[in-house]
Ligand binder design. Structure first.
Ligand SMILES: [Zn+2]
Length: 203
């Protein structure tokens, strides 16, 4: 293949995406170039829009457009009494798909073990979680972090952080395999994990 810097750079970038290597990156790029008007142009415009407009909500941690309020935490038409705490937005999507939970989500954006979480409390939006519990009269916080060491350490850290709020804290229990990640769990596993969630005693 001839060396065209623009394409080489694109191959390097696309190869960094989950599930893609250089081979599939090349196939994707060729497909886009061969469909300039239908694929390449709208994709380039869309990526630019996402770059400009999509940001992490500073209150609940989900992704939102900076052009309108967050529909996860700022929609006043929704009134719930429970908050489900997850590591990533893909966990939220998996739980929403299973329809087992009706309530708010709080997205930590990782675990306390993540190397980029130097300022853990702030990055995981823990203070914001405490505010949300008070502002929305929340009666239960469900910790739906992964059944990994990092996920469980994070759950314990949050449980400890919430000890003065008097809110009931529960944790997904049975159903999730040890080492299992929320986003990779099937609906049945998630539903039984929610139903069997266990109340955590105040520390
Ligand atoms: Zn939000």
């Amino acid at each position: 293949m001839q060396n065209i810097p623009e394409i080489e750079n694109l191959i390097k970038l696309i190869s960094k995406l989950p599930g893609l290597g250089p081979k599939s990156a090349k196939r994707i790029i060729l497909k886009m170039i061969n469909n300039r008007q239908e694929l390449l142009k709208p994709l380039a415009n869309n990526l630019n829009e996402v770059f400009k407009n999509i940001e992490r909500c500073k209150i609940c941690g989900t992704l939102k457009s900076n052009t309108y309020p967050c529909n996860n935490c700022e929609d006043k038409s929704k009134k719930f009494t429970k908050i489900c705490v997850v590591e990533n937005i893909s966990d939220q999507w998996a739980i929403e798909n299973s329809s087992i939970f009706q309530g708010y989500f709080h997205i930590l954006g990782g675990t306390i073990a993540d190397s980029n979480n130097h300022n853990k409390r702030e990055n995981l939006l823990i203070n914001s979680l405490i505010e949300r519990i008070k502002d929305n009269n929340i009666d239960e916080v469900i910790l739906a972090t992964s059944a990994t060491i990092e996920g469980q350490t994070t759950a314990f850290y949050i449980q400890d952080s919430l000890r003065n709020t008097k809110v009931k804290v529960s944790k997904l229990a049975q159903g999730l395999p040890v080492g299992g990640e929320i986003e990779n769990s099937d609906d049945g596993t998630l539903i039984s994990a929610f139903k069997d969630r266990k109340h955590l005693d105040n520390i």
